[in-house]
Design a protein around this ligand. Structure first.
Ligand SMILES: Nc1ncnc2c1ncn2[C@@H]1O[C@H](COP(=O)(O)OP(=O)(O)O)[C@@H](O)[C@H]1O
Ligand SMILES: C[C@@](O)(CCOP(=O)(O)O)CC(=O)O
Ligand SMILES: [Mg+2]
Length: 404
């Protein structure tokens, strides 16, 4: 039975605890979803026949395409060859993307179109609007790209009536979406955004859910320094090609860090965890993916003696996390946050790790008043992250019936 419109999908962002970049080279890595930073995607009927509209206000992008023209394209992506996007498909999509010159917009639109043409061939609705709002900082290392890919893939599989709902399918397609945005992703971000929790991930293998013995106390800091994952991953590749032996040995050290990290998390060995965070950050710095703005966070946490800091995600700007040592001084932590925010204009987040993965909200499970409230969150482009959270965040007071 076709899902009735409107409906909403959602997926979280993530923190990579150990192993970013080395994950791309088939080394193991550990990531956890960030419970409170999520993307929400509303799929609604459009009052304009034969039209697909994207409305992505977070990046000030909206665009319309003719539905028939899109559906006349052949789905050319073959999962048997899923290491590569289909070149033929890319060529077919080119005319639909040619008017979009902004890179941020182009990556998001390419991800949307590639998934749409390959997933939605038997669409029952021909006039649809996709409105996306995210409480994640974009391009900051917290996996906003994977989070939108997962929300899009989940929505399109629903539209296509793929029953039963299957997270492995969502994960597979969102990995393709990540490829459209990143070029060469490892797949760790989409896996954790799909399945939630914390995962031990190795490219090409089944990932394992990881249970940490202790709650990890961390402060997440966004430098607000913009960067693109695609460019950073390409820089590391260029370095690898230039110095393969040297870089391979750094990647092998990162492998050891992730393996030891998994043990330390499972056994609640905090001291080792702190040492590994320091070592992993140093190794990433040696790959050239830190930034003076990230080093400022590390230096401040060292000076105040509150814990260990490591960049997270692709680096080059974006975010770092600081894990707080046992019995930390709360006054020093307050000073840490205040200095970052007031003097450096950084943003700090407090979030738990390991929340739910992708989820679906059906309109027929909501009363009329609540549905109207939710629709207004999407319609009003000025809605703040806090207002989005108050209504849509799973486990918020509204207790919406999200299906995981
Ligand atoms: N809320 C959003 N709306 C539209 N596009 C988004 C959104 N969040 C992320 N994107 C897409 O993902 C890209 C950022 O991905 P990336 O460089 O991998 O950084 P990260 O995943 O660390 O946030 C953006 O350029 C944009 O194309
Ligand atoms: C650098 C990398 O390891 C993580 C990228 O994460 P983000 O897009 O910066 O959130 C790339 C990947 O694993 O796909
Ligand atoms: Mg990304």
């Amino acid at each position: 039975m076709t899902i009735s419109l409107p409906f909403i999908t959602s997926a979280p962002g993530k923190v990579i605890l150990f192993g970013e970049h080395s994950a791309v080279y088939n080394k193991p890595a550990i990531a956890a979803s960030v419970s409170s930073l999520r993307t929400y995607l509303l799929i609604s009927e459009l009052n304009e026949p034969n039209t697909i509209e994207l409305d992505f206000p977070d990046i000030e992008f909206s665009h319309k395409w003719n539905t028939n023209e899109l559906l006349n394209l052949k789905p050319l992506h073959s999962h048997s060859n899923d290491e590569q996007l289909s070149e033929l498909q890319k060529d077919q999509l080119e005319p639909f993307l040619s008017e979009i010159s902004n890179k941020l917009h182009g990556h998001a639109a390419f991800c949307f179109l590639y998934l749409f043409v390959n997933i939605c061939q038997d669409l029952h609705h021909t006039a649809l609007k996709f409105t996306l709002r995210s409480t994640l900082p974009i391009g900051a290392g917290l996996g906003s790209s994977a989070s939108i890919s997962v929300a899009l893939a989940m929505a399109m599989l629903e539209l296509q009536d793929v029953i039963p709902r299957d997270k492995d399918q969502i994960n597979k397609w969102s990995y393709i979406g990540e490829k459209c945005i990143h070029g060469n992703p490892s797949g760790i971000d989409n896996s954790v955004a799909t399945h939630g929790g914390a995962i031990f991930f190795k490219k090409g293998e089944e990932f394992k859910q990881l249970r940490s013995k202790n709650k990890i106390d961390l402060i997440l800091t966004d430098t607000r320094i913009p960067r693109s994952t695609k460019a950073l991953v390409a820089n590391v590749k260029a370095l690898y090609d230039k110095e393969p032996k040297l870089i391979e040995s750094i990647l092998e050290s990162m492998e050891t860090v992730s393996l030891r990290g998994a043990d330390a998390l499972i056994n609640g060995d905090n001291e080792t965890l702190h040492t590994l965070v320091r070592i992993n950050h140093g190794l990433l710095t040696s790959l050239g993916v830190s930034h003076p703005g990230l080093e400022k966070i590390k230096i401040l946490s060292d000076e105040l003696g509150i814990g260990e800091t490591k960049l997270t995600g692709a680096g080059g700007g974006g975010c770092a996390f600081t894990i707080l040592k046992a019995g930390y001084n709360t006054e020093q932590v307050r000073l840490f946050k205040q200095t970052l925010e007031k003097e450096l204009n950084y943003k700090t987040f407090e979030t738990d790790l390991g929340g739910i993965g992708c989820s679906l909200l059906k309109s027929n499970s909501l009363d009329k008043g609540m549905l109207e409230k939710i629709l207004s969150v999407f319609q009003n482009k000025k809605t703040t992250s806090q207002e989005i959270d108050e209504i849509l965040l799973p486990n918020s007071e509204t207790k919406l019936p999200w299906i995981c």
